[in-house]
Every structure is written in C-alpha cells, then in structure tokens.
Design a protein around this ligand. Sequence first.
Ligand code: FAD
Length: 468
Amino acid sequence: MNTIQTQVLVIGAGPAGYVCAIRAAQLGLSAVIVECDKPGGTCLNVGCIPSKALIHAADEFHKLTTFCDGQAASTSMGISAKSASIDLHETIIWKDGIVDRLNMGVSGLLKKANVQVLQGVARFRDGKTVIVEGHDETVQVHSDNVVIATGSEPVEIPSLPFGKKILSSTDALSLTQVPETLAVIGGGYIGLELGISFAKLGSKVTIVENENRILPQYDKELTEPVVKRLEQLGVRVLTQTKALSYSGDDLMLKITGTNNEESEIHADKLLVTVGRRARLSDWGLEELSLTTQNGFISIDEQCQTSMRGVYAIGDVSGEPMLAHRAMAQGDMVARILAGQLRRWDQQCIPEVCFTDPEIVTAGLSPDDAEAAGEQFNVCQFPFKANGRAMSLQREDGFIRVVTQKESNVILGLQAVGTGVSELSAAFSIAIEMGACAEDIAATIHAHPTLSEALQEACMAAIGFGLHI
Ligand code: FAD
C-alpha cells in the first residue's frame, strides 16, 4: 500500500476542513485533505448555498404571482402581470450551476495552495494513521497532526425513514416538481426556510412542531413576525403536535396533539427536518480514545480533542452547527499547527435564519442576559418607522439592542425583518469591538437604510430616541 507522510491531514472538505487545509498549506505546512464526496461539504452542496438559491427563486416567483392576482394593485404600486409560471426542473439546474461553480472554486483554491486532495473514505487506524479507500487505490496517510472535520448528517425519525415520499433537506433541494401538499416535520430553521419556499412556489404547506411554538431557539418576540407571515402565506402551523407515521399509498400522515387524540393530514410529500447530528460513525472513532459529549467530539479552546495531535472542527465538534463557525475554527487550527498562538476567544457567533422575514442574532438576547445575571436594558426600533422598510413594502419587524445598564456596552443585537441578514456583520463587529450604544448612535448611518433602525435603537438605549 502506498504511504503518504504529511504534517497536517484533514478529514472532510466541508467549510471547516477545506479552510483548515488551505490555510495550513499557505502557512508552509504540507497538507493532505480527504473527501468522500464533493468538495464544499454540506454547506456548499446540500445546505447553505442551495437552500438560499431555492429561497431566492421562490421569493421571485411569489412576488410575480402577487402581481398577477391583483394584490399589487391594492398596494398602489401600479404593477400588474398577466401570468407567472415556474419550471422547478429549470430552477434546480440553475441552483446546481451555482453549486458546480463553487465546487470548482474550492478545488481550484486547494490546488493553488498545494494541498494534496485524496478522493475517498478515510478511516483511522490509530491517532496518526488513516487509511483512505479511493475508487482506484487504497493509500495510507501518516500525519503529525490530524484534523477531524467530518461534519453532520440529518436526523431520521425511525417511524418516518427517509426515502420515496419522505424527504430529507437534501432531497427537498433537488425536487423537480412542486408538491401539491407538503408536511414539514420540525419547525426549526431548516424546516421553515424550506417550508416557506415551497409555500411560495405553490405547495399547500403544513408545519408539524413538537414544541409549543416554531423556532423555539428564539424568543417569541423575534418569531412573531414570522408567524404572521406564515399566516399570510397560508401555511398551517400545528404546534405541540407529533408526527407518528405516514402511509405512502394513501398519502396520509398520522399525527397526535396535546389531547393525545390521533388524526390524519393529507401530504403528497413529507419533509423531515428534526435536526442534525455530528457524523461520528464509519471513520474509525472506535480506534481512538476521544472524549465525546452530547453526541459531539469534545474540544478545548484550541479545538484539541482528548488525544494529542488530533483536532476536531466544524459540526462534528458541537453547536452552533454553522458554516462560519466551522470556517473560523478551520483557520484557527491551521494557525496553531503553524506555530501561531491562538485560542477561541470570539465574543459572539452571529446566527441568521433565512425565513421570511429573516431573523438575525448576535450576542446575548434579553433572556440570555437575564440568565447570565446581567443588569441590562432592552431597546428596539420598529421597521414601520423606517423609510427604507416602507419603500420595500416590508414594515414588519424591528431591531433590538441589549445593553449593560451601567456602561451601555452592547451585550446583544437582534433583528427580524426583510433583508436583515446583511446586518449580521455590523452586529458582530459592534459586539466583538466592545462598542457602547453611544458608539453606534454617534456613527453616521447612510440614509435610507435598514441599519438606521440600529442607530435609532442605540439612540433610544441612551435616552435620545429621535424618530419615535
Ligand atoms: P460538512 O459541511 O458536513 O462537511 C463534512 C465533509 O466531510 C463532507 O463533505 C463529507 O462528505 C466529508 N466526510 C465525512 N466523513 C468522511 C470520511 N470518513 N472520509 C472522507 N470524507 C468524509 N449554516 C450556516 O452557517 N448558514 C446557513 O444558512 C446554513 N443553511 C443550511 C441549510 C441546510 C439545508 C443545511 C442542511 C445546513 C445548513 N447550514 C447552514 C449548516 C452548514 O451547512 C454546516 O454547519 C456546515 O456545512 C458544517 O461544515 P463542516 O465542514 O463541519 O461539515
């Protein structure tokens, strides 16, 4: 068997792994990366990018349909259209084109950085040796340091196994026909992003959620505008409801609510989005003595696992399972391996939920601040008083700031509204740089923009609200 000796071996070429390998090679280390599928991982192939492409296509189509059915006339914009149609097959080809371009981009970057790419399944033999089974040959890689970046996979409900009419998010992103009726099991961010998209594409969507409200990771105030929008879009939301079983023959989903009474709803397809779990199997975890906790590989502030020279980054290493956390960890570990002094000291990891309207959060929510025992103030500015939001015909939502009582230091920023995802950078920069409400209030914000609402919320936080 051919043996390769390297300084850094990365397993998995998702956002965590490919960033780590490229940075390590840029910093002068020999780097090998193993990938059993396409470069870019979940994010690029079946996650962030394709879902945002579908969301955009659905938005565009939905806007067009509103111009056809006369709703636009009632908003006095004066636009009307005769008809709107969508060929989802074409939409998927367009989406795949974006994915292909990005796949090629990642491959090109790996090549440019001189990273050796091995296509195949990696399996640990011991903490420094990995066997890679490729299509044509099997090679052994011996490395000074190994970085596990095997990512995550969708959780299956045993009584509703993926296949045929029961879809995972990956399957839903490749549908070539819009289902007439769709039941989404799980009202978290992936289920809602996709559920809202299919509603806009014309499906009759029902969301089935076990908890007593959708998007339970956010506070109720933040999710309220999304709930209202779901109503407008005709999406039925069943909370405190459990999906039991599905008959693919008569297309009926059996559910049970709080009263334990069983009932059935019709669904041509089911989309099961009840969470994701770290990919811990099939790569030889049992050959290592790694500590795991709550289904993730335990890591310290340098992403070191319990074994010397073995690192874990990205979804496999814990929450939040987000691409930008994965990339930041990949970059940090490469720098540590190159001898730089680094540790994870980020103040916040922004999170965006690409629903309609979007939700963005960074730092502490009022509930988090309470739990942390902080003395704090909360101020918010509604988009209904923001000129840009009015001109976009989307006045729903607000920006909220949580500040420390004595110092006015910003502890957290949250927003819900159309297009607020783009504010995530401003939110995290403010928190990372230790900004006070005064700093944001005294900064000139271009007019007319949604970010003026950020300035206004901060003005209100120091007792000088202006436009409200
Ligand atoms: P992955 O991207 O999962 O990559 C792991 C790679 O390892 C895979 O390519 C896999 O094939 C490979 N691999 C695994 N085992 C082996 C092995 N034994 N040998 C060789 N290769 C192996 N995050 C965001 O930040 N924003 C979003 O908007 C967003 N939207 C999402 C939408 C959907 C529908 C989904 C499913 C996820 C979304 N995410 C989003 C989450 C994001 O995709 C993940 O957090 C991110 O991909 C994690 O990166 P990773 O590198 O840790 O793992």
